[in-house]
Design a protein around this ligand. Structure first.
Ligand SMILES: *[C@@H]1O[C@H](CO)[C@@H](O)[C@H](O)[C@H]1NC(C)=O
Ligand SMILES: *[C@@H]1O[C@H](CO)[C@@H](O)[C@H](O)[C@H]1NC(C)=O
Ligand SMILES: *[C@@H]1O[C@H](CO)[C@@H](O)[C@H](O)[C@H]1NC(C)=O
Ligand SMILES: *[C@@H]1O[C@H](CO)[C@@H](O)[C@H](O)[C@H]1NC(C)=O
Ligand SMILES: *[C@@H]1O[C@H](CO)[C@@H](O)[C@H](O)[C@H]1NC(C)=O
Length: 717
């Protein structure tokens, strides 16, 4: 009896000790995470627009991380924010996620989440898989739509939302903290364009030509149980270069990996993984390649016009590391360390309180009139039908184009883009005038029968107490982001100082959200017509138009008013095209079945931490099965004498292995699995083996799983 009472009292004490104060217990919170890794071989990658950059394996898997936040007092007021390890969110993905949630789960998820209160943002990893857009412009370098990738992206997002919804807490608190990273964490890749912004405006920002500020949210349930974090910092996902062919979450994916592993190890709990999402914000002109651009000699700088000996291909920016993997780690680690510091600093954080609201509208960006108070000319402006300028084809110093275009130029004479542009109508005089001073390479808003890019785009605002999250379907440059945030902050504080007090109101931009429409520069940066200006599709007043329309949402949120839905975007589900063949058949050499060893590990050697060990297997096409939430590779340690006495130490989900797929002969292939021992995962000495999992396909289309194993090898710590 007594001992039972003691236990109850003790439990109560623990509860009282851990529970968060009631005044802070304002929200119900749910977190979820799901694998969204696309086909690991022979599919075009998304980001650099390099035709030959097609996947050939996995470095680490891509994930969707979801956060549901509901007002504890009014449960129907809720939002879900999903951060995805993709290059951008396409309109196809967003509209399909919202549509399928309604159809698949009409009585559960469908009741709570729809197009208006789901935000899907992207980390902007350039090492993910492409072909998931409805619009031709974004499927061009992947030779069309890749249904398998589209499906795994959509499914992964829905599964993450479902987990977050099913795990919604009864209460909880959200802590917001902000801090700065050092000058070695990001760099402006178009500094000459930035310099066109007015001097007095530039002088107001002590961070210089990129934002250094990081915003972090910490989520806990009513018992103080740590659920996860969501974080924003501007830097491109271009630490992995345009010659990489491994699927990777790039620097933000690595930051998530580091924090999630660290927290899970620290919290040691049986259930409830810690979810850490590193979101993207105004990264348009922001590069992780902090050593800056230089010519092949590694010394001659080339920031000015981004060419060496007249060639763009030769001027590339280098990351801080010894190679692209190392650079990814360094830039990811900086974000992870800064985020953990903000996360742990509970005393220095703001506790969010106040209603959860969301507003969403569609805007026709081809024809938006902009009031003088938003334009930089002081006169009425208008957006234009979409067009790409010449510098778009030049690429950037993070990934120069294949061809000899210079940024800021209007010369032609390039076979690939001349060929592509021959499909597109010649721009009218009116269009030229509207887009000026942009020299038009591709007049993509005028194509028949379907536009190559969307003209109806979503903008969306969430508020959680005094925090406003602006979801924009584009990449805003540093100064563009600052301008939008400033306008929105003013409107919120002016219209509702109770919820948005001048000190507590915080505004963050969720970049690359809900659809994709290229870049957004300031009016002044646009005149430089570097890559970002050339990719500001709707003309010089693009930023002003987005700001004006977002300001309407801010006014509506502050005054709790409704907003119009706006024009309906196109649904191109049945209009996509593809030139990509599927897998016909897998074969293997006679006597070497799928999964058998091609090149074994060295069994005579003793391996040590810091070394790499490799095994090569006869394999089949990874497109046959994506191994979602499973793995193509594993490293396993022997735990006993039985044939199955092994524990899994590393899989595709971790940093320390690479799985590389190679086509050998018409239908034969190998898988090379390399383990960098102890690189991020400390290991125990012992006997290890490497295994490979796959699925083969025969001529009749029958798919058969197979497993292969290397010989055992010895590892000392
Ligand atoms: C788009 O069209 C497809 C088929 O034509 C339909 O199944 C789907 O529900 C539509 N999606 C949206 C978001 O309306
Ligand atoms: C970072 O760069 C800015 C602009 O160049 C400079 O003003 C500032 O002092 C630098 N900060 C540090 C910590 O080096
Ligand atoms: C709750 O989250 C955990 C991961 O933290 C997940 O494994 C589980 O499936 C989720 N529960 C539900 C009901 O979705
Ligand atoms: C958007 O504006 C353009 C230019 O005025 C117009 O041609 C197009 O039909 C509009 N799109 C929608 C969906 O209203
Ligand atoms: C191209 O640039 C040159 C000088 O840089 C300029 O004189 C010319 O008018 C431009 N042409 C177009 C079509 O913009």
């Amino acid at each position: 009896m007594i001992s039972q009472r003691l236990v109850v009292i003790l439990l109560l004490c623990t509860f009282l000790y851990a529970a968060i104060p009631d005044a802070d217990n304002n929200y119900r919170i749910g977190v979820g995470s799901y694998d969204m890794t696309g086909p690991a071989a022979e599919v075009g990658m998304m980001g650099y627009a390099m035709v030959g950059q097609r996947t050939h394996g996995i470095h680490f898997r891509l994930r969707a991380r979801a956060f549901v936040i509901a007002d504890r007092k009014s449960d129907a007021d809720r939002i879900v924010y999903v951060n995805t390890d993709t290059c951008m969110t396409t309109q196809a993905v967003k509209l399909t996620v919202a549509d399928r949630i309604q159809k698949k789960y009409p009585d559960t998820l469908g009741k709570y989440y729809n197009n208006d209160n789901i935000a899907i943002s992207a980390t902007h990893s350039h090492a993910g898989v492409g072909g998931y857009a409805w619009y031709t412009m974004y499927d061009m370098t992947t030779f069309g739509f890749e249904k398998a990738n589209f499906e795994v992206v959509v499914d992964g997002i829905i599964a993450a939302i479902k987990q977050a919804h099913d795990n919604l807490s009864q209460g909880g608190r959200i802590l917001l903290n902000q801090g700065k990273l050092g000058n070695d964490s990001n760099i402006n890749r178009s500094p000459t364009a930035y310099l066109r912004n007015p001097a007095d405006e530039r002088a107001r920002y002590e961070d210089g030509n990129t934002d250094k500020i990081m915003t972090n949210l910490r989520f806990e349930d009513q018992d103080g149980f740590e659920l996860g974090m969501l974080n924003w910092f501007p830097v491109h996902g271009t630490s992995m270069t345009n010659t990489n062919k491994f699927i990777s979450g790039d620097n933000k994916g690595f930051a998530s990996y580091v924090v999630e592993r660290k927290k899970d190890a620290q919290l040691k709990r049986a259930k409830g993984r810690f979810i850490a999402a590193f979101g993207q914000t105004n990264e348009g002109d922001v590069s992780p390649n902090t050593r800056g651009p230089s010519c092949p000699d590694g010394i001659t700088p080339c920031a000015e016009d981004s060419t060496c000996q007249g060639k763009t291909q030769l001027c590339t920016a280098k990351g801080p590391g010894k190679d692209e993997f190392d650079s990814t780690k360094i830039i990811g680690e900086k974000q992870a360390v800064a985020a953990m510091k903000l996360y742990d600093d509970v005393a220095g954080s703001i506790v969010l309180s106040g209603p959860v609201r969301h507003r969403h509208t569609f805007v026709n960006m081809s024809s938006t009139l902009v009031k003088p108070e938003y334009t930089s000319t002081g006169k009425i402006g208008t957006t234009c039908r979409a067009a790409m300028g010449y510098s778009f084809a030049a690429g950037t110093t993070d990934g120069p184009g294949d061809f000899n275009f210079k940024q800021g130029m209007n010369k032609t004479g390039n076979p690939f883009w001349d060929y592509i542009s021959s499909f597109v109508a010649k721009p009218t005089e009116e269009q030229k005038a509207c887009q000026a001073p942009k020299p038009i390479l591709l007049d993509v808003g005028q194509t028949e029968p379907l536009p190559w890019v969307p003209d109806v785009l979503p903008i969306q605002m969430f508020s959680i107490g005094s925090l406003a999250i602006l979801s924009l379907p584009a990449e805003l440059t540093t100064m563009s982001g600052r301008r939008v945030k400033e306008v929105i902050h003013k409107t919120l504080v002016k219209n509702n100082p109770t919820q948005f007090s001048a000190e507590k109101a915080k505004v963050v931009i969720a970049g690359l959200s809900n659809a994709y429409s290229g870049y957004v520069t300031t009016f002044e940066e646009y005149t430089a017509q570097r890559y970002e200006g050339a990719s500001t599709m709707y003309g010089p007043h693009t930023l002003a138009a987005y700001t004006q329309e977002m300001d309407k949402l801010a006014f509506a949120i502050a005054n709790n008013q409704a907003v119009p839905a706006g024009p309906a975007p196109l649904n191109l589900t049945d209009r996509v095209w593809s030139f990509n063949p599927g897998v016909v058949v897998d074969t293997h050499p006679s006597g070497k079945p799928f999964g058998s060893i091609h090149v074994d590990v060295d069994t005579t050697k003793t391996y040590k931490t810091g070394e790499a060990v490799t095994a090569e297997f006869w394999s089949a096409h990874p497109k046959n099965h994506l191994m979602t939430e499973q793995t193509f590779s594993s490293v396993e340690r022997r735990t006993g004498d039985g044939p199955n006495d092994f524990e899994v130490v590393v899989t595709d989900h971790e940093w320390d292995t690479t799985f590389k797929w190679t086509r050998v002969w018409i239908a034969q292939s190998t898988a090379t699995i390399t383990w960098k021992i102890g690189e991020t995962i400390e290991i125990q000495p012992g006997m290890y083996r490497i295994r490979h999992f796959g699925v083969s396909k025969d001529l009749f289309g029958t798919r058969t799983p197979f497993v292969g194993s290397s010989s055992e090898f010895k590892v000392v710590a």
